[in-house]
Design a protein around this ligand. Structure first.
Ligand code: SAM
Length: 275
């Protein structure tokens, strides 16, 4: 298991908008009272419990690789129809309950760009999701799409190089996979899905004291979301590298008309049926 960078407090204070900006993908999920739904990369369970509240006579199982998130999710939101399990979802088949073909829907929000980072696990991941679903079941997800926070990726890669990390290692430290809609459609089709929707949206996200880093500023977001970048920097140089990322971003993300700050989020959203 990779190092666990997540805690519910840090997530809530640095990126509370992530589970909130989900009305479209939740409408695509179209939860029915009897639904059995698997939530992949469920985080601290904020969205999972919301889904479970609509699947009143069904069941929701949230899976996540962060022990800290799963422990918070269980304590706060565990209920007879909402359970949580610690699992590295690159190995979904290590959880027999997840891949038993009994799920009406598989859902994921803002997690697959982390899970799918390594190219060699992508096809088995989609095959396992397919195996998890009942015949005719639906896979609905949202994740970062091509170009997502490109300014952050560039600033972080450069800050690592300035801190003495070789270019190749800096590239490898990038924890994300942000595919185009065309590439994602092909991956889904190859794994036995009929792609009904696969859309890419530029959704610039305004940073406010409410949505990003409640203490104000970018630093909390950078330290949480770029933790894997910063991990490869020598410990004594890490704070300076984080500061450099923030300093570089400051000008790029600030709108001249009113000084507001916006990160260039893009979203990839899909609905795919098991054939
Ligand atoms: C930005 S959070 C999104 C959490 C939640 N879905 C939400 O909408 O608030 C990304 C999540 O992906 C999870 N994640 C990353 N890699 C994973 C993996 N290999 N297996 C399972 N979960 C993973 C992280 O632990 C984290 O909870």
């Amino acid at each position: 298991m990779a190092k666990d960078h997540w805690t519910s407090d840090r997530y809530d204070s640095a990126a509370s908008f992530v589970p909130k900006l989900t009305s479209k993908v939740i409408s695509y999920l179209d939860v029915q009272p009897n639904d059995r739904i698997l939530d992949i990369g469920c985080g601290d369970g904020v969205l999972t419990t919301q889904i479970a509240q609509s699947a009143t006579s069904g069941k929701v199982l949230g899976l996540d690789a962060s022990e800290s998130f799963i422990s918070t999710a269980r304590d706060k939101y565990g209920s007879p129809n909402c359970n949580f399990q610690h699992l590295d979802c690159t190995k979904l088949d290590q959880c027999p309950e997840a891949v038993d073909g009994s799920w009406d829907k598989v859902f994921s929000n803002a997690a697959m760009h982390w899970i799918l980072r390594k190219p060699d696990i992508r096809s088995s991941f989609f095959q396992n999701v397919n195996k998890a679903l009942k015949s005719g079941g639906t896979f609905v997800f949202e994740m970062g799409g091509s170009g997502n926070v490109a300014e952050v990726q560039a600033a972080a890669t450069a800050a690592l190089i300035h801190a003495g990390v070789p270019l190749e290692k800096a590239r490898e430290a990038n924890p994300w996979f942000f595919p185009s809609a065309e590439h994602m459609s092909a991956l889904l089709s190859d794994a036995g899905f009929e792609v009904q929707v696969c859309e890419h949206e530029y959704r610039a996200t305004k940073l406010t004291a409410e949505t990003v880093d409640k203490s104000g500023g970018l630093e909390g977001w950078v330290k949480l979301m770029c933790a894997q970048f910063l991990e490869v920097v020598e410990e004594g140089k890490r704070d300076a590298a984080a500061k450099e990322i923030c300093d570089v971003l400051e000008e790029i993300i600030t709108r001249h008309e009113d000084g507001s700050k916006w990160l260039g989020y893009t979203r990839l959203r899909a609905i795919a049926k098991k054939r």
